[in-house]
Design a binder for this molecule. Sequence first.
Ligand SMILES: Cc1ncc(C[n+]2csc(CCOP(=O)(O)OP(=O)(O)O)c2C)c(N)n1
Ligand SMILES: [Mg+2]
Length: 273
Amino acid sequence: MPKTKGTVALPLEKEEIIKDYRLAYQSRQASLIGRREVLSGKAKFGIFGDGKELANIAIARAFQKGDWRSGYYRDQTWMFMLGVMNIQEFFAQLYAHADVNHESNTGGRSMNAHFASRYINPDGSWKNQTESYNTSADVSPTGTQMPRTVGLAYASVLYRGLEELQQFNQFSKNGNEVVFASIGNASTAEGMFWESVNAIGVLQAPAVITVYDDGYGISVPNQFQMVKENIYTILQGFQRDPCLEDPRCSRPMQMQRRLRANITSLPSCTLPK
Ligand SMILES: Cc1ncc(C[n+]2csc(CCOP(=O)(O)OP(=O)(O)O)c2C)c(N)n1
Ligand SMILES: [Mg+2]
């Protein structure tokens, strides 16, 4: 709940805001120092999450134990905030430390900023995934986190709907977990993105997709890869018609709307007369 201090309404406790700011600052420094390490030849390759710190913190605040992340290389601050990795481990990955005790993501096998939490124990048994912040292992082709988002979110639909799956309570809290996907603006030009957004909508699967729109993909500006140069505007077409969704609309009224929508495009949410 907002806290009022004097005339200023703060969304969080003052201490919480300072803590978040401190983490964002540390993360920014990790990016700047990491990039210097790469450009001066001490690390093989580097990609960093500077500029995305605030978005990461906002997502991490909503992310709960049992939820899943399916994201990409701009999410370091999110990972720091949840404790999936710390800054020392981040640098261990940058230097490709081959010991999984130091570089827990992949033991130096993947590029830096490719995050992965462990969901099996050293003896091969499953960890209880409802008690951890889960992140599926990032892969390098941009956009590939999207089909996986569909799979993870659809799993929750099945856990919610199928009685046979109720016994597997180390994987799901009755389907109440959420998948959080992250993707860059340029990568939304890929077919996989659109197929996935459509599938998530059709399946009504619990996914939250965040697009970090920094206006560029490498050095190519949005005007060369995105219609309208605004992903928010384009995605509005996927928005469900609240009249069709609302159970208070009577069934015949809904049918009538569907039919009329097929014939001509009505202004959204105009109930038939
Ligand atoms: C399928 C594929 N094509 C090309 C690349 C090379 N590549 C890596 S990052 C990137 C740009 C991504 O831009 P955007 O999605 O806007 O993310 P940003 O880095 O700006 O956050 C490209 C083309 C890749 N990794 N995978
Ligand atoms: Mg971009």
